[in-house]
Ligand binder design. Sequence first.
Ligand code: NAD
Length: 491
Amino acid sequence: MQSQNYIGGQWHDAEQNRQLDVVNPATEELIHRVAASDAKDIGRAVGAAKAAFEGGWRRTSGRERAGYLRAIAQGIEERLDALARLEVRDNGKPLPEAKWDIEDTAGCFAYYADLAEELDGRQGEPIALPSDDFEARVFYEPAGVCGQIIPWNYPMLMAAWKVAPALAAGCASVLKPSELTPLTALELAAIADAAGLPAGVLNVVTGTGAEAGAPLSAHPDVAKLAFTGSVPTGARVMAAAAQDIKNISLELGGKSPILVFDDADIEAAVEWVMFGIFWNQGEVCSATSRLLVQDGIAPRLLDRLAEEAAKISTGDGMEDGVLLGPLVSKGQHEKVMGMIEAGAASGAALLTGGGRPQHLNRGYFVAPTIFVDPPEDAPIWREEIFGPVLCARTFRDEREAVARANDSPFGLAAAIMSSDEARIERIVRELEAGIVWVNCSQPTFVEAPWGGMKKSGIGRELGRWGLENYLEAKQVTTYVSAGPWAWYLKN
Ligand code: NAD
């Protein structure tokens, strides 16, 4: 297990020689220590990234970069099991889910390898102009040194979503993982190193948001900031970016609705509602945490949800059969328990769960919890909880369903369960969300754009949109006629 920062192709302790504890959330035991970095370490890493970028990385072909990305993908695949186990110990999620994450992490590097190669073919693409006197082409230049700041819910996958497209574009990266889950990002650095990635192209610096994240977002040599995390932190990162007019993309929180109409297949709805909120302990930015159910089927659907939620096996993510692991940290546990208490106090009815599972007396566990009919202005209905807590309300008709779904400051995702195709087509265009799932919730593909409207963020990751995030389009326009063209020489 790595514990030092990876800067300029070398492993370094934090300049101040301080360390952060890393705790297993299932056992509350200390499992490791990593560098507690500050502005000095960030400065060193940005310097290394700039030297690598200017020193040649920016001029590499997409094909060359694809070679490195494929070698990284292969390195991840070769260590899939060990990386998944490390993720479970660091984050708490069940092992089968951690394996998906690591497979997707490798898949993300392989996907952006293909896009890096394709980029070579797009360089110098002609642009049709309404004039024969000029010809225009477009080139795609890498944005420069990137500061990439990620959260703790999908530690290695979030690193891949940022690092793979940045490297594919020809950018150099300084990645700061969450202080709660830094371990797999450091392994990614080791894998990139073994893959022969030139020194300084990827740097990984661990530390808290205040001590390492803030100086990274404010560093004048960082051209592009990519942030995933909460809305308040996103606003701080955006304010820092504004000082230098940095290119910025933000993937922030959500409070996504799932709409279940009375023409939906009820058992399928039960399955997707459950998956949409209890997968990854509900620590999912796109979790469909607001259930809107048509009143005629509400009693049946809620009964079935309560029945299924009671069956979920909660425990250490390393144990066979566990579907719900602990929350990531003591702080997150306290936050979610506080929201549950506030929910009960708001007058919402507790259908199931509502506290620590009785058989687990250590670890940051919360039982699958469902509230019914919270007041519309209750924090549990309006704010992101980021835990295994579902809130349900009913609606009468399609108009009310859409109005309630859109009545949120967030706009990341939304899901509809219905068998009426005409209704589905009407609603998908009405929903204020960057991602709409029809008769499902949460499937995520590297090929499709990911990101939110309103307070859920700016820009899109994944797919070709994820690559564009790291590119500057440059137009080159050439005068191709003989003789003077400009008005003042002709006259
Ligand atoms: P957070 O905002 O607390 O932290 C995210 C990252 O920002 C961490 O690395 C943290 O160290 C860093 N940070 C904290 N303060 C900073 C500062 N002042 N300057 C720069 N960096 C700073 O979020 P979190 O608790 O780690 O993650 C949960 C949040 O992330 C949720 O709101 C969730 O919805 C969101 N999220 C969104 C997506 C998405 O794709 N939209 C994906 C995953 C998580």
